[in-house]
Design a protein around this ligand. Sequence first.
Ligand code: ADQ
Length: 513
Amino acid sequence: MSARLLVVSNRLPVVIEQSDGRWCSRPGSGGLVTALTPVLRQRGGLWIGWPGGGEEGGLDLAGMVTAAGEPAGFDFAPVKLTTDERDKFYYGFSNEIVWPLFHGLHTRCNFDPAYWKTYQAVNCKFARIIKENVDRGDFIWVHDYHLMHVAKELREVGLQQKIGFFLHIPFPPPEIFLKMPWRFDVLQALLEFDVLGFQTQNYRRNFTQCISSVMPGISVRGRGRVLTTKTPQRKVRIGVFPISIDFDEFADKAASAETTEQTLHLRQTYPGRTLMLGVDRLDYTKGIPERLKALGHAFERYPELREHMTLVQVVVPSRTAIDEYQDLKAEIEMLVSEVNGQFTVPGWIPIHYIFRNLDRTDLTAFYRAADIMSVTPLRDGMNLVAKEYCACRIENDGVLILSEFAGTAATMHRGALLVNPHDVEGMADAIYNAFLMGKKEQRTRMRGLRQGVRKYDVFWWLDMFLKASSEQDAELAAPPEEYDLMAMLPPESLAQAEPVRVPESLSCDGALE
Ligand code: ADQ
């Protein structure tokens, strides 16, 4: 497909913000930006999104964003949000409802009806800006949970061309999703897209189960990478496309002279010690407190780890205007000092804690220097950090400790040491096993992991999505065989498990107005 890509996401890969009283731009961070930037750099196109900020009089937002886009090699179009929109659409509906709910943490949700109204209004605003910028023949590709209503709004203003949607986060099972007061509206809005992409088969299954539970008139057909469903208005294709990274870019950066020098410097800082690394956005889904508790437990349970292993925990600031994220930061800092207070001896501090954005050289040097990488989210759509670590292990060694609840586990389970992040003892054992693992086993595992990340990189992901959009089904590979937690349970416990039943009163009978 050679159409121009018109990518739409809540955030642009550039952030406009005030620093020392002056407006300036800086690169954005996070998984979506890491994945999509090389795609647009390679293909060109237009990226529509919000560059941050609220209502600032006199600020030439479009000019600043255009200037920031020039070196990137593709175009940006900004969507300006008012302060009220930012609070209710971004902090409110997106971050207090969809984010926790879709990660299975419904007790953290604040189902404020005012948020829903603003969410629709802002999706309508995005749709207007797409309409102003779209050319006939463009492929409109909307990203993530902030913009689930955009296709519906675009259809209402008469736009009939193909629109794709990719969900970067998990899609929850029906018993969680159906708690959302606006569940039918959200499902109906999603079915206004032509192609829907999910990270794993499990998340797609959750989505199709929600459709069959509450829209009995709509059946989902097919098997393999793409399923189809027909609504009265259109045929919707529903695929599994595990997102990835630009493997070569990370591997080349890891091998560069500046990263090598920086890696040597890091290794000298921790002489003779096993270095374990954690790199996460500040978020309660990333399981940072659980990891710190497990490490404390590991030092208790396996005293030989003391003075021989150090954790470097890097946390990138994120959503810090929200109280909950400030509380999480305080909790992390308290746990770091608790473990350090209990175990530090002269010449050895168990945890080094870094709370800031790192540039690519620093990040890849940490990946290269780390003997063990700990990626232990409570739930994660995919988790690119796990893939970045493997890409940077250019000597084919290192151990990946990986949560079975990360989307990445679906395909990286063979090479990684899988853990349940809620199981403090199991995590402590995994840390100890990683510490003891010999180079031979490390290489066998890491080679397999690296081959997978190299072959199924972000360009493969793009290709699969575009082929599915243009119905080139013969060229689509089957979805990967996935790690299946249920398959580990004894058969008798599965026989007793009750299937999820949705009350008939919830059914909305497939009507799509
Ligand atoms: P995120 O929740 O942002 O992404 P993740 O996929 O791990 O999670 O990506 C984090 C990104 O931030 C990585 O590319 C990493 O390099 C970068 N990063 C982390 N710490 C950093 C630091 N201190 N300095 C600079 N950069 C740092 C969402 C979903 C994920 C999904 C992605 C992509 O939550 O599940 O994998 O989108 O779909």
